[in-house]
Structures are given as C-alpha cells and as structure tokens.
Design a protein around this ligand. Structure first.
Ligand SMILES: Nc1ncnc2c1ncn2[C@@H]1O[C@H](COP(=O)(O)OP(=O)(O)OP(=O)(O)O)[C@@H](O)[C@H]1O
Ligand SMILES: [Mg+2]
Length: 426
C-alpha cells in the first residue's frame, strides 16, 4: 500500500466548474447545480465479464451507488466531462488504438488529484511502466481480470483513500458481530486475529468486547485479564502506556485484551472515551480485531460504531438472515466501509439453509464461507491452539476473509502458500 495518491496528470490550474456539478452515477448525468459532493468512485468497462468481476471484488469497498458501468472509453470520457470527477476513476483502455493518447484525453476530462485506475488489453511490461510511472495512473491491470488481481492492486488504493478521507491515521479496527449467539464469532475473531498477526506479520490487538461472558481468553488458553475495565473506567487516562499495560502478549505481534468480569460489573461506556481508546489503539496497532458478540451491549454498539469495517457472522438459519437486515440499520461512524462483510459460518451443517438460498435472500454473495467442521474447530476451542494453523478449508476461509478485508495476500496465492509459519504460542 502506498501513501502517495499519485494524482493524475491534469494540473490544478485546469480545474473548472465541473466540481460543483452533481452526478448520481447513473449513466445519465443529472442537471447542473444540484449538489456539490464528489462521489468516491466511478468505473467504466467495455465488457460485461470485467464489469461483473469488478463489481463483485469492489463490493463493500465503495459506496453501493458508486458503480462500475458498461461504457467504452469515449463514452466514459463524455460522462466524466459532464460530472464532478469522483475521487477514484477506473477506465478501460481496451480497444483504444492509441492508449497513451487516450490517457492524455482523460487528463483533460478529470479534475486534478483524481486517482485513476486502468484496465486494458496491453500486457506489455513497458506499457505498464509508462502508464504507472510517467502518466500518473495509480494502477494498471491487463485483462482478463481476476478477483485476486483486483484485490491485490486496486483495493489497497481504494481502501487507503478511504482511510485518508476519514482524517485519521493509523491502523484499522475490524469489528465482528454475530447475527445471533453461538454462530462462531469468537472463534473467527481469534483465528482471524492470529492469522493477521502471526502470518501477515501485522501488529494486531484482539479484543473481547463481551466483558462478562466473553470466551476469547478461554479459546486462547489465556488467563482472563482486567485490561478493558481499566481502560473503560478511566477513558481520560487512556494512552499508549496504559494500553501496553492492559494487554497480554501472545506472540511478537499479537496482543490480547480479554477479560471475564463479574456479572455484576457493568461496562461504563462513554462514547468519547471509547472513541479515544480506539484511536489510541489505531496509532499503535495495524489492526484491532474486536469480537462484539451478538448481544448488542452498549459497549458492542460503540465498538461497531467506531470500527472501520464491520463483519457480520451468520450461520445457515433464518434467524441469522433476518438479523442481518436489522444489523444493517445500526448507525455507522465516519470512515467506516459502506457495507459490512458477510461471513457464513458452519456452512453445510445439517438442517441448515443452503448458501445459494441465503445469498439469494441477501442479494449478495458471502465474502467468506467457512464450512461446518466440528471436529477441527471443536478440537481447538479452549485448548489455546487455533484451527487456522492447519491446512484445509477452514484455514483457506480465514485467508479469504483477510483478503476480503484487503489485508495481505490474494486467496489464490494464499492457497498455494506453504505450511503456516507461526512464530507465536497460539
Ligand atoms: N466452522 C465451525 N464448524 C464447527 N463448529 C464451529 C465452527 N465455528 C465455531 N464452531 C463452534 O461453535 C461453538 C460456538 O463458537 P463461538 O463461541 O465462537 O460462537 P460465538 O458466536 O462467539 O458465541 P457467543 O454468542 O456465545 O459469543 C463453539 O463450540 C465452536 O467450537
Ligand atoms: Mg463469542
């Protein structure tokens, strides 16, 4: 992930009134002077297969009404010329006899500072160098596109921009919640956190947001600590030092905050204090993986609000399906990805709904599907070991989830990865 937005060619002096024009991201430009806000993203591609591939891979990383449209390069130029340029523009150069000239034309049609991504049919490495190094294109992928290539090359650009827009630097908080109790949220949080820390080598804090009944410490075979209460009871004192003292080390890069407070203890939950805590954690860690459970306590709500990305875990039941819709109505803090990721756990369990049926009802494919594997998962829960360490579909699904979160490697490469290389104790 690079920090430099690598703005597209057009110099700032050439910006014009288009910035004040509205655009709905339908292919019909709206009348002028209705709105001033720039959309985050618009994409154009010549063929349906690429459009579908992009839409699938970008889902959850761009607002749902910022879409990839079917249009050739010239149509795209026309549309872009009649709208305020979105922050990220994706164009398709295929079919252009002079792609470099086409890019020069594009530079006249978009505002300065726009991040441009391109796809095309030229496979040549010199062409890649030319457009990326000299023409200011942020990334170029030759067709045919794969989901893995989009995840690896385009998503970091798009996600990185989202973090900058949030105006906050630092790591990302991923909050997992269960569509209902017992779906496996804690199990997935523990395995995901351990995978990010131990195999992707990113500094990670694994947080149990269920302070009275949480099971993360048990799952990881750790003594429950009083970390979170210390933080919640004195939000004004929260700084790096306090956090350092409140976490338990479970490997070089994996820290855990997981307690088991008395049932009589009610977590104080001051929204400002919690936001401060999250921000302090984000300056110290690359990722915070928070298990917020399924009971929507005040603390869980605040964690979900402050997260940059939510993940909803479902099992194959109607109750899960129903609750996903309801969870989507929870308020969302600034800088949060527009769509929660959806994970189907215990897929294929006896008596469960089919994945196809659920996806049909949800109107979107799952971002990760974890098979029902009672022997593997049950054999690890509570023993301080983690199922993700073992090659097979469970590990593969956790890797896919990390990839869907834009972390680390693409699923295909991960599939071919050698034995897990755990350094920590988990
Ligand atoms: N993919 C899976 N296959 C089989 N069993 C699983 C799978 N994932 C989790 N489990 C099992 O499901 C049970 C519940 O898991 P877990 O505690 O993670 O759920 P939870 O959603 O966090 O529950 P709670 O709502 O109580 O917090 C555990 O026994 C766990 O081993
Ligand atoms: Mg749990």
């Amino acid at each position: 992930m690079q920090d430099d937005p690598n703005p597209f060619l057009r110099p700032p002096s050439q910006t014009d009134t288009r910035q004040t024009e509205p655009y709905s991201n339908s292919l019909n430009p709206q009348p002028r002077a209705q709105a001033t806000k720039r959309n985050k993203f618009i994409g154009f591609t010549r063929d349906e297969a690429t459009m579908t591939m992009l839409r699938t891979a970008l889902a959850g990383h761009i607002p749902h009404d910022n879409q990839v449209h079917l249009a050739d390069f010239r149509q795209a130029l026309k549309i872009l010329g009649e709208m305020p340029t979105p922050e990220v523009v994706l164009v398709d150069l295929s079919g252009e006899e002079q792609p470099i000239n086409a890019l020069l034309d594009l530079s006249d049609a978009v505002d300065a500072g726009t991040v441009v991504l391109a796809v095309g049919d030229v496979q040549n490495v010199n062409f890649y160098r030319l457009v990326v190094k000299d023409m200011g294109i942020k990334e170029y992928i030759p067709k045919p596109l794969t989901k893995a290539a989009i995840i690896e090359h385009f998503l970091p650009v798009i996600d990185n921009l989202a973090h900058k827009q949030a105006g906050q630097r630092g790591g990302r908080m991923i909050a997992l919640c269960g569509a209902r109790g017992g779906v496996g949220t804690s199990c997935i949080a523990a395995n995901l956190g351990a995978y990010i820390a131990n195999e992707l080598h990113r500094h990670t804090l694994l947080l149990d947001g269920e302070v009275n009944t949480g099971t993360l410490a048990l799952d990881l075979n750790l003594a429950a600590s009083r970390g979170l209460p210390a933080v919640l009871e004195a939000p004004q004192r929260v700084d790096q030092l306090l956090i350092e003292r409140c976490v338990q080390d479970l490997g070089d890069r994996l820290h855990v905050m997981a307690g088991m407070e008395a049932m009589t203890w009610e977590a104080p939950c001051n929204p400002e204090g919690l936001a401060n805590f999250v921000q302090t954690v984000r300056t110290r860690y690359n990722f915070m993986v928070a298990d917020t459970g399924a009971r929507l306590s005040p603390l869980a709500r605040q964690l979900l609000f402050n997260a940059q990305q939510r993940v909803i875990v479902l099992d194959a039941t109607l109750i899960s399906l129903r609750n996903v819709e309801r969870l989507r109505t929870l308020p969302v803090g600034s800088g949060q990805a527009p769509r929660p990721l959806l994970v189907l756990n215990k897929a294929g369990a006896q008596g469960g709904l089919t994945q196809h049926f659920m996806e049909d009802k949800l109107g979107a494919p799952f971002d990760a599907v974890i098979l029902d594997a009672p022997r593997l998962v049950g054999g690890h829960s509570g023993f301080g070991t983690l199922a993700v360490r073992h090659r097979g579909p469970f590990r593969q699904a956790i890797i896919s989830l990390a990839a869907a979160l834009g972390i680390g490697v693409q699923p295909e490469a991960a599939h071919a990865a050698a034995q897990p290389s755990y350094a920590g104790a988990t």
